[in-house]
Structures are given as structure tokens and as C-alpha cells.
Ligand binder design. Structure first.
Ligand code: SF4
Length: 67
């Protein structure tokens, strides 16, 4: 999104030309610390992450799916 200030090395271009977070081979976001499960760019995380409410249904589904 226009106001996002995510470090470019953590993003990639999708099939439609948009900028999205890069994922590693395990499917998790490249900005996620695998040990602590905390966001390593929390202050610079994209707007979509800021809008995502932690612990709600969709969040828990993703957590279980990628575990
Ligand atoms: S908050 Fe967003 S940028 Fe940070 S680890 Fe989670 S998905 Fe990645």
C-alpha cells in the first residue's frame, strides 16, 4: 500500500505487479522471527498487518495451517 515502508529485501512482486511480503520456503513471512514468532519489522510492518487483529479466527487458522 502507498504508505507502507517495508524494507524492500523483504518484499517481492506478485503476478499482478503488486508488492507483497516475501515468504520463505516454509511458507511463513520473511519478516517473522522463527524462534520468537515476533515480527522483526514491527514498527515498519505493512498496513494490512496493522489492520489484522491478533488472535481472531483467520489469524488462528493461518497459525495452525503453517505450523
Ligand atoms: S506482522 Fe506482517 S510483516 Fe510482520 S511477520 Fe507478520 S506478516 Fe510479516
Amino acid at each position: 500500500m502507498g504508505d507502507d515502508d517495508v524494507p524492500r529485501y523483504l518484499t517481492r512482486e506478485d503476478a499482478w505487479g503488486g508488492t507483497v511480503m516475501r515468504r520463505l520456503d516454509d511458507g511463513w513471512c520473511a519478516a517473522l522471527d522463527r524462534q520468537t514468532r515476533l515480527c522483526t519489522i514491527y514498527q515498519r510492518r505493512p498496513g494490512v498487518c496493522r489492520d489484522y487483529e491478533m488472535g481472531v479466527g483467520d489469524c488462528l487458522i493461518e497459525f495452525v495451517r503453517l505450523k
